[in-house]
Design a protein around this ligand. Structure first.
Ligand code: FCB
Length: 477
């Protein structure tokens, strides 16, 4: 806290008045955290995903995606019964949103391409109007000096492909290759930073094992097949991007959580290793050329059955960077009756009072530990934190959203990123999830992650205190 802030604060308290507007946020804006500490090449940005922000679900020839289908026909799976039909209306408001990014000094925007917007049936006929939309977005980013970081797949498989078995059908490798090639050829001259997938460890188990996300299957057989097909697509997508995008910076993203054992009982320690293999290594290790983590997660045997001759070499791909996405940590114990993984989580509320609206524990040191863990993989050349952020209840008081908890969250995690960097980890970027409030999958619109608040009735945008802080932080190079 500066002397000036201290004086303002004590004067307000002495007068028994409310804290001056924004003062708390200002104080929390730790002056010890400076952009320059991260070095001038560090990439700063925010992240979004097509389905969560675009809306316009059936406009200009877009085909149905599994998320359109899921939210329309399996409404009960969404806590609020809402859908992304309109979302944050980015399809119509992209220009002013990107201008706002520029005003907030945000140098890079991570966003995804909606597969069924450009290929309504998932394969075959191309929808020119869909391709044109992303041209407009990318051109606007170029005009505003915001770098585009494009994710090929952020969970919205075309429903037409799901009808043919989706990720569980091995033909998906060919479908995905054609789609990625279309993206790379269409935008590769203008976009250099690409990511193949967003978090396979989220969309595969949530969609095929526990059915919480689209397409809503609870099916072990499909899950095992989908894991292997996604792993194959990882390598295939990486190769296509590398060969098609001249001077491309090609990566992919993984969700990860630091895992602790509930106590030092051998069965729980082993469960923690199993959980780590499942949560952090199931998709990462094969891409790194290490195969499935079968030793620590015996259920991988069922996945290995789907490996065909020649697959092993194709599973591996030498990415230019790996995107690390982290929100919380897990504490686990052995529980044999849980199929496949045989562990359960200690509920976050038992671990801490500091939990987010998602019910996730705030655990900043976790991101430090994960960066250090990734840094131990000799195959990983560069790490970017491609998602980190928090959902808290935001209150809009006369046009101001004083989201001090989010601000504190971001600062505390950033400090840990910096600690890892200062200790030599090759971490060179940080993207906040999310630029603006959006449709949070099975949670609906209630859980807000944005630096920019969205009133979903009027589509009005309000830069929150966290967004103002980020803008100032970015301005002070
Ligand atoms: C990540 C997803 C992203 C968003 C955040 C909160 O797992 O990649 O789309 O939902 O969680």
């Amino acid at each position: 806290m500066t002397r000036e802030q201290y004086l303002k604060l004590t004067a307000a308290l002495a007068a028994g008045s409310l804290l001056p507007k924004g003062l708390l946020a200002e104080i929390l804006a730790d002056p010890t955290l400076r952009r320059s500490d991260f070095g001038k090449d560090f990439i700063w940005g925010t992240a979004t995903a097509a389905y969560q922000i675009e809306g316009a679900w059936n406009v200009d020839g877009k085909g149905e995606s599994i998320w359109d289908h899921f939210t329309h026909y399996k409404k009960g799976k969404i806590k609020t019964k809402e859908n992304g039909d309109v979302a944050a209306d980015f399809y119509n408001r992209y220009a002013s949103d990107i201008e706002l990014m520029r005003k907030m000094n945000i140098p890079a925007s991570r966003f995804s391409i909606g597969w069924s917007r450009v290929l309504p049936e998932g394969k075959g006929a191309v929808n020119q109007k869909g391709l044109d939309f992303y041209h407009r977005v990318i051109d606007k980013c170029l005009e505003q000096n915001v770098a585009s970081w494009v994710t090929c797949y952020h969970w919205d498989l075309p429903q037409a492909l799901e009808d043919k078995g989706g990720w569980a059908n091995r033909d998906v490798i060919g479908w995905f290759e054609d789609y990625v090639e279309l993206c790379a050829k269409t935008y590769g001259d203008k976009v250099k930073n690409w990511m193949v997938f967003n978090e396979p460890m989220a969309f595969v188990p949530l969609g095929y094992l526990i059915g919480m996300h689209a397409p809503g299957h609870v099916n072990f057989g499909k899950f095992y097949k989908a894991v292997h097909n996604v792993v194959m697509c990882h390598g295939a997508g990486g190769r296509i991007l590398k060969n098609t995008v001249k001077d491309g910076n090609i990566g992919t993203t993984f969700s990860c959580s630091h895992v602790d054992a509930k106590n030092d009982k051998p069965a729980n320690v082993k469960a923690a290793r199993r959980a780590d293999a499942f949560i952090n290594r199931l998709f990462l290790d094969p891409v790194m050329g290490r195969g499935y983590p079968t030793k620590d997660l015996p259920a991988c045997k069922h996945i290995e059955k789907h490996i065909q001759p020649g697959d092993e070499a194709k599973m591996k791909f030498d990415f230019d960077f790996v995107g690390l996405q982290n929100y919380s940590r897990m504490m686990v114990y052995n529980l044999g009756l849980i199929p496949i993984i045989h562990f359960a989580n200690v509920p976050a509320k038992k671990l801490s009072e500091n939990i987010t609206e998602m019910g996730w524990e705030v655990y900043p040191v976790g991101i430090y530990k994960l960066i250090k863990k990734y840094a131990e993989y000799p195959e990983i050349k560069k790490i970017y934190v491609t998602e980190n952020g928090a959902a808290f209840e935001d209150v809009n008081v006369n046009g101001e959203i004083n989201d001090t908890k989010r601000l504190e969250f971001i600062q505390s995690y950033l400090r840990e990123v910096l600690r890892a960097k200062n200790e030599g980890a090759p971490v060179d970027g940080y993207f906040i999830w999310s630029f603006m409030d959006n449709f949070e999958w099975a949670e609906g619109y209630r859980t807000r992650f944005g630096l920019v608040g969205v009133d979903f009735k009027t589509q009005e945008r309000t830069v929150k205190a966290s967004g103002k802080w980020f803008a100032d932080f970015l301005a002070n190079k």
